[in-house]
Design a protein around this ligand. Structure first.
Ligand code: ZN
Length: 485
């Protein structure tokens, strides 16, 4: 029999060690559980206007899952996009700067949810973006309010009278005093937000408009130099009626006020094509005389546009076809200089050379460099992606296998059966069978109501930013599904 001997003097440390182990196990379990709770949701989340959309991707060790509003109004949507991407970029930078030795591997996630409120008879919208950043378990949340009216991003001075700022600050302070959440803060902080709030407008710029209240979000790190934490104070509109400038907004949410309207009375311009189903036809490996020119004829006949992923060697051989592609409104993509079967076996320098040499040739012919890259065979491992990180990498969602079947009917069948809204269709403009197939593919897609656009145009119309160093298969906006923490 084995007897476990424990010296009396050592019993206490052993006991402590057991307790510690137990605590570590519990802590471990909590962390493992937390790992699966990425989603979060604003409490009583209001979405009065716009549709919810989701952007998810991984970039440079950072996972982002951004739920954001989409209004299908270019001016507003592009500003929201800009703000979202600068938030993501900041987080990527922060993640890259962290001490690699200390950092626990991998976990860097940025999530968002949002609320929207309409005002000024639906000509205005107030967006509240709520971000949650989690870097190796260190969580930081951030609130960003954006207020638009007639497509213009409004600032503090567009809404509030400059000579009433002190009244406004006093109203905010009264709310802070009444709010239970701030009791602790008022009592215990050496400089409470109550005292720190002055008529400094830079602290008041992060405001939003709700039905009955104006909300102000304060970044405590800006006021107290503490860790980033946002608090939001609601002030009833009725308490600050005198402070509104009444240009874009007054205290009655449905009474329309003038502001700077666009020429017609509809608040903003809408791109009609964005409502139609879109397809991006793409042609690789050309240009080639006797094939590319037939495809160009067919596209022109049907008022359709496509993307040509050209090979440098062929571009050198047929510069006039390349020029014609551009002149007729098509997009040029980079498909390497000499088209190696795969880039995965090349060194990073050779991969860069393949892309760079082709970009130079294309630039010398058409005067500009391609903004997108397609890799031969669609094989992109980590090395390939990091060598091409200056470009969005475009794969495809529909492979016609024209390169394999050499058959016009088979190519046509593949497009007919598999293509839908947002798809990127892979074909090759070096196959006569493909040029033959195109003669029926294009009119049939048009008759089904599809708009045939270039890759970049399709992403723009679908309000998806093509990001450098990210691989895309189709222009897909995932409908937002509700998540809870
Ligand atoms: Zn190819």
């Amino acid at each position: 029999m084995v007897k476990i001997f424990v010296d009396r003097k050592k019993r206490l440390p052993v006991f402590l060690a057991l307790i510690m182990t137990f605590l570590f196990v519990i802590l471990g379990l909590i962390l493992v559980t937390a790992k699966f709770k990425n989603g979060f949701k604003i409490k009583d989340c209001v979405k009065e206007i716009g549709t919810a959309q989701m952007l998810t991707a991984q970039k440079k060790g950072v996972t982002y899952k951004i739920k954001f509003p989409y209004f299908n109004y270019k001016d507003v949507d592009s500003i929201i996009h800009e703000k979202i991407y600068s938030e993501i970029e900041d987080f990527i930078k922060e993640n890259a700067n962290r001490d690699v030795k200390k950092a626990k591997p991998k976990k860097a996630v940025i999530l968002s949810d949002f609320q929207t409120f309409a005002f000024n008879n639906n000509c205005g919208v107030s967006v509240q973006m709520q971000y949650l950043k989690n870097m190796s378990g260190k969580k930081v949340s951030k609130t960003v309010n954006l207020v638009f009216c007639y497509g213009k991003l409004l600032s503090f001075k567009d809404i509030f009278k400059q000579d009433k700022i002190q009244d406004l600050v006093n109203a905010i302070k009264s709310e802070i005093k009444l709010d239970k959440r701030f009791r602790f803060m008022l009592k215990n902080r050496p400089f409470s937000i109550y005292n720190a709030l002055t008529d400094d407008v830079s602290n008041l710029e992060n405001f939003g408009i709700e039905k009955d209240n104006i909300i102000f979000s304060f970044d405590l790190s800006k006021i107290f130099k503490e860790k980033q934490e946002f608090i939001t104070v609601s002030v009833p509109k009725s308490a600050i009626v005198e402070c509104f400038s009444n240009v874009y907004f007054n205290s009655n949410p449905n009474e329309r006020v003038s502001g700077e309207k666009t020429s017609n009375d509809t608040p903003l311009e809408k791109d009609e094509r964005a409502d139609k189903p879109l397809i991006a036809l793409t042609f690789d490996d050309g240009p080639k005389e006797g094939v590319t020119d037939i495809i160009l004829d067919e596209l022109k006949k049907n008022n359709a546009h496509a993307t040509f992923f050209v090979v440098g060697k062929s571009a050198e051989q047929f510069p006039d076809l390349l020029k014609r592609e551009v002149a007729e409104g098509h997009e040029i993509g980079n498909h390497t200089y000499s088209h190696p079967t795969t880039l995965t076996h090349l060194s990073s320098t050779d991969i860069e050379q393949q892309i760079e040499n082709n970009a130079k040739i294309i630039e010398s012919v058409i005067g500009s460099r391609p903004a997108i890259v397609r890799v031969p065979g669609g094989s992109a491992n980590k090395k390939v992606i990091s060598a091409i990180e200056a470009y969005p990498i475009i794969h495809w969602s529909v492979d016609t296998r024209d390169w394999q079947t050499h058959s016009a009917p088979a190519t046509k069948r593949e497009v007919n059966q598999s293509s839908g809204d947002g798809d990127i269709v892979l074909m090759h403009d070096i196959r006569p069978s493909t040029a033959e197939a195109i003669k029926t593919i294009i009119p049939e897609l048009k008759s089904k109501g599809f708009e045939l656009v270039t890759v970049s145009e399709m992403f723009r119309l679908k309000n998806i930013n093509l990001e450098k160093g990210v691989v895309y298969h189709k222009a897909e906006i995932k409908e937002c599904e509700e998540e809870s923490a």
